[in-house]
Design a protein. Sequence first.
Length: 201
Amino acid sequence: MTETDICNLALGMLGHDRAIPEDFRTASTAEAARCRLFFDASRRSVLSAHAWIFATLPATLACDGCHADLCRAGWHAFPLPADCLNVIRAWDPCEDPVDFAPSGHGVECPCDRPTIQYVRDATDLGEWPQPVLDALAAELAARLAGPMTGSADKAAAFRRDAARQLAAAAEWNARQAPQRRPTNDRYINARNGHDCHGYRR
């Protein structure tokens, strides 16, 4: 499914019968212009809302220099990967979980070389599973509903539908995650998504 397919699906949800016949990013129609206004924000909103399996990656961070106040407190500042939308969890070189806090365009952590799991800005819709594509179309329709229908009630109804589609996609995503039983080995637990005590991270 292409970006233009998602736009046309969202327009169809709104009962709009004029489809965008070509690439919506270059098409000159009013519908394409509306979709260009909201599409990227809709994509990032859906991706940021959940730890989607298809969009998560690990990354080991390098310290962004010493910040006096942070260093005195035992914390360090790190720039995030350019495609990072949301940090899910962090762990130290021994694979023990560590605290972290967002800070501007980076993250702060009491570890000098943490590894994070993060949600990336997955721009290739060919990687997206169908339930999450449906959530994206519903989110785009919700954002288009106000300006295209002029009705606050209809806009609210589409916003509720977008929330339902997102929840359904999250439930689908949870069913795809492998469920491995914890062991007494903290290294195996960390690799399988459990903390050092055997609980799911």
